[in-house]
Design a protein around this ligand. Structure first.
Ligand code: NI
Length: 228
């Protein structure tokens, strides 16, 4: 399931993020953190993880996703990889087609995280750069994604994806992975659809015996499929 989540960051948070991610930030060659397959494809810059700015930014993004009910319903997170930050500009401007590693080690939490869901949180105004679309291979077609600053896309960690060359300006984003309580993308989609439709039914008709029963169905399915 590929889902666009709007306004994950507030305008104030975006301002703070941009000021911490300017030219003065500790950008390093993104290939440092790439696996063997990705190394040949990856050509961007990444923020070092151990600076004060990186820690402040990580806390900001983690706080922001935790207050978003749609993120919770869609991702059903068990573990979240510490958010990372990248920049595509100048000669370091693209990331060719690749798949993310299935399990990754998070430096800050010292945990292995299974990458069920990939997340990209856009931080640059889309008018400020050309190119830089995140292209996710879907069953029938490629999804080309370039979102307003502060918005986030989540997509299955199993997808082949790439970032198109940035030909003007700079594309700055946060990216990270979620290990979900529900491993299967198909199961997560069923739960999300049920949850969203229950929400709409409740808004239209209030609580009815049917919404109560279907809420029970939601939780019983979650109980069947969730690992905590
Ligand atoms: Ni990737």
């Amino acid at each position: 399931m590929l889902l666009h989540l709007k306004n994950i960051l507030t305008n104030d948070e975006l301002k703070t993020a941009r000021s911490l991610l300017g030219d003065q930030a500790a950008w390093i060659d993104g290939r440092h953190s790439a696996g063997t397959q990705a190394q040949t494809r990856k050509n961007n810059e990444q923020l070092t993880q151990d600076s004060e700015a990186a820690r402040a930014l990580q806390a900001m993004v983690l706080g922001a996703i935790q207050r978003d009910p749609l993120f919770f319903s869609a991702a059903l997170p068990r573990k979240v990889f510490n958010p990372l930050f990248n920049r595509y500009s100048g000669n370091s401007n693209a990331y060719g087609a690749h798949v993310d590693g299935a399990v990754l080690h998070s430096k800050s939490s010292q945990q292995w995280v299974r990458t069920d869901i990939s997340c990209t949180l856009f931080l640059s105004d889309p008018d400020s750069y050309d190119g830089g679309e995140l292209v996710v291979k879907d069953t029938f077609s490629d999804q080309r994604i370039k979102l307003p600053a502060g918005d986030m896309v989540i997509y299955p960690g199993t997808s082949v994806h790439r970032v198109e060359p940035v030909t003007r300006g700079a594309r700055v984003a946060s990216f990270f992975w979620v290990e979900s309580m529900v491993r299967s993308d198909e199961h997560r989609r069923l739960l999300f659809d049920l949850d969203m439709n229950l929400l709409a039914l409740r808004q239209q008709h209030g609580e009815t015996p049917e919404t109560t029963a279907l809420t029970g169905t939601y939780h019983n399915l979650l109980r069947l499929w969730a690992d905590t």
